[in-house]
Design a protein around this ligand. Structure first.
Ligand SMILES: Nc1nc2c(ncn2[C@@H]2O[C@H](COP(=O)(O)OP(=O)(O)OP(=O)(O)O)[C@@H](O)[C@H]2O)c(=O)[nH]1
Ligand SMILES: [Mg+2]
Length: 253
């Protein structure tokens, strides 16, 4: 489990504690971007008390995507079979991790989804619904990809599949990082499965969500959609398009 953190001092103990209790056999890597609020120091304290907790200290705030890329590389170098992404702010419930891991038994990538039947969002203001639903609708139409929640950040990858996504070449940050990986997995014909999750608005700490993050996703999805429709090979990877029709649509939504 990789948890990226930036100023999550109020949340990190709680989320790690919940995870360790809910699924004790999963190791946790906290990827902290030198948070000014001391999240990294708290992470070190957690790691000192528990061999299953590890910390990746990064030099400064470089965005969610960069933190995950570093975490994925670390997990690969340490021979993990699978990797899970989860936010630190309590929006994703560690208690639901078994749902993702069970689904991974028969999939390459599992997306925790708010927008399939059984998915839930709790305490969100109306504008966040609009951004998430509108963004996911746009992703579906622009990319002609049948996933309901391509922007979510609670997901699991089998390492061999993650390896083939060539994550080191991903330039996207924020939500766009998640869309980018989902799009790569879909285009390569990997088995991408969505399972319903309960998403709860963060209760403590500040969101890092910004209009720049939304703009980045909108513009990149538009470019990818045009490239895939009109056949531009610019930025395309050899072999990526061939498997698209093989991708499983088991979204249930
Ligand atoms: N390492 C690192 N982690 C980050 C960075 N930006 C965000 N995160 C973490 O990524 C996760 C998601 O960030 P949030 O601020 O919750 O963003 P969000 O979920 O889109 O926004 P909210 O729904 O408002 O919470 C959290 O665990 C953050 O601490 C960053 O630049 N570096
Ligand atoms: Mg959040």
């Amino acid at each position: 489990m990789i948890i990226p953190t930036y100023n999550e001092a109020e949340n990190i103990r709680i989320i790690v504690g919940r995870l360790r209790k809910a699924v004790p056999n999963v190791d946790v890597l906290i990827a902290d971007d030198n948070s000014p609020d001391g999240t990294g120091r708290i992470a070190d304290e957690l790691a000192a008390d528990d061999d299953a907790v590890l910390v990746l200290h990064r030099t400064g705030k470089e965005g969610l995507g960069a933190a995950y890329k570093a975490g994925f590389t670390w997990a690969k170098d340490h021979d993990y079979d699978a990797v899970v992404e989860m936010d630190a702010d309590g929006s994703h419930a560690p208690e639901q991790l078994p749902l993702l891991l069970d689904a991974l038994a028969d999939a390459d990538v599992v997306l925790g989804s708010r927008w399939v039947r059984g998915g839930q969002v709790v305490n969100w203001p109306i504008h966040r619904y609009a951004i998430s639903l509108g963004g996911n609708l746009y992703v579906r139409l622009a990319l002609r990809m049948p996933l309901r929640d391509a922007t979510g950040g609670y997901r699991a990858y089998r390492m061999p599949a993650l390896d083939k996504l060539e994550v080191e070449t991903v330039a996207s940050q924020g939500y766009c990082f998640q869309v980018d990986l989902a799009w790569r997995a879909y285009r390569q014909g990997f088995r991408v499965v969505e399972v319903p999750i309960r998403f709860v608005e963060r209760e403590r700490g500040a969101s890092k969500m910004s209009s720049a993050i939304v703009r980045e996703a909108l513009w990149k999805v538009t470019v990818w959609g045009s490239q895939s429709r009109f056949g531009s090979k610019r930025n395309a990877k050899p072999g990526l398009t061939a498997g698209a029709s093989m991708a499983k649509d088991r979204t249930g939504g």
